[in-house]
Design a protein around this ligand. Structure first.
Ligand code: PBG
Length: 323
């Protein structure tokens, strides 16, 4: 036998010499949940190991992550029901939880990178990403709210804004508003191909942000579609996005590959809450070896073509790398 592929698998050193894909904590963006109050660190029931932090607890948590090499964070706020309304007014309140937290974090850690979330759902009394009228999600009216939100986040020091709402035209609209106000240096990571997915359940538990009525299928994409992701991606490129994102990651590895093959912008993938929860739940029962499953899943996302991964595993991964 002339060709024996097993020779390239014969030892850990050889295997690492021929590894085509490598994971680094630098590829990872850590989503992190905020709550009002003081001295609070509340675990999300459906996401073991993931907490909602009040601002005073968030700062030491970020410091601990920095020591592990995590440099980029995607904060999401859990807003009290009493502060939610139809127009998500709290989203651009300079004294609101989210804007205050961005300001405080960037003041304490000027060198970290914050990817802030632009969407109405955490602040919407309807639990939707847009303004609801007679059961319909209004597109163009919603853009105005998103614009105010993005501007408030940029003013607070956001490095990258992440529109996760799936309204048409939002990337161009936000790019314009940011530029007009002197924030041409703030980047946009667009949630380009965001599917209407059952894997967002634990995230909606964490923020208590599930839709009060209906579903998100008139704005988030149909899991049946691949070409539609190219339409969205072409638009995002034209409208000025700096990064494009596929979400969720695991059931959409083909879409990650498609966008990476066809477009020149860096592709990010969001390894979402349900993807985290299913591994953690199986590991807790002893049905899976959690660390191995985590590493394999993260590798698969990178191998498919994602340059960056938003993942609740970022800290677990970083700790695993240190041992
Ligand atoms: C909504 C938003 C969602 C997530 C991030 N932003 C959920 C949704 O569309 O309802 C989900 C992230 C996750 O599940 O980890 N703007």
């Amino acid at each position: 036998m002339l060709r024996r592929p097993r020779r390239n698998r014969k030892s850990p050193i050889i295997r690492s010499m021929v590894a085509e894909t490598n994971l680094s904590v630098k590829d990872m963006i850590f989503p992190i949940f905020l709550i009002e109050g003081n001295n609070k660190q509340v675990e999300v029931d459906s996401m073991p190991g993931i907490f909602r932090f009040s601002l005073d607890k968030l700062l030491p948590e970020i410091e601990a992550c920095l020591k592990l090499g995590i440099t980029t964070f995607a904060p999401f706020p859990a807003i009290d029901e009493s502060k939610k309304d139809k127009f998500a007014t709290e989203s651009h309140n300079p004294d609101g939880l989210y804007i205050k937290a961005i300001t405080a974090v960037k003041k304490e850690f000027p060198d970290i990178c914050l990817v802030t979330d632009v969407a109405m759902d955490p602040y919407s009394s309807d639990g939707h990403d847009g303004i609801v009228e007679n059961g319909e999600i209004l597109n163009d009216e919603t853009l105005e709210v998103l614009g105010k939100m993005a501007l408030a986040q940029a003013q607070a020091g956001a490095d990258i804004i992440g529109p996760s709402d799936m309204m048409d035209g939002r990337v161009g609209y936000l790019r314009n508003i940011l530029d007009e106000h002197g924030y041409s240096g703030v980047s946009i990571m667009s949630y380009t191909a965001k599917y209407a997915s059952a894997f967002y359940g634990p995230f909606r538990d964490a923020l208590d942000s599930a839709p009060k009525a209906g579903d998100k299928k008139t704005y988030q994409m149909d899991p049946a579609n691949q070409k539609e992701a190219l339409i969205e991606a072409d638009l995002d490129v034209e409208e000025g996005a700096d990064f494009i994102m596929v979400k969720p990651a695991l059931a959409y590895l083909d879409v990650i590959k498609l966008l990476n093959d066809h477009l020149n912008l860096p592709v990010a993938a969001y390894n979402v809450s349900g993807e985290y929860a299913m591994i953690k739940a199986a590991a807790q029962r002893g049905w899976l070896e959690g660390t191995g499953a985590m590493l394999e899943v993260l590798l698969s996302i990178k191998r498919a073509g994602a340059k960056l991964i938003l993942t609740y595993f970022a800290k677990d991964f970083a700790m695993h790398q240190q041992v």
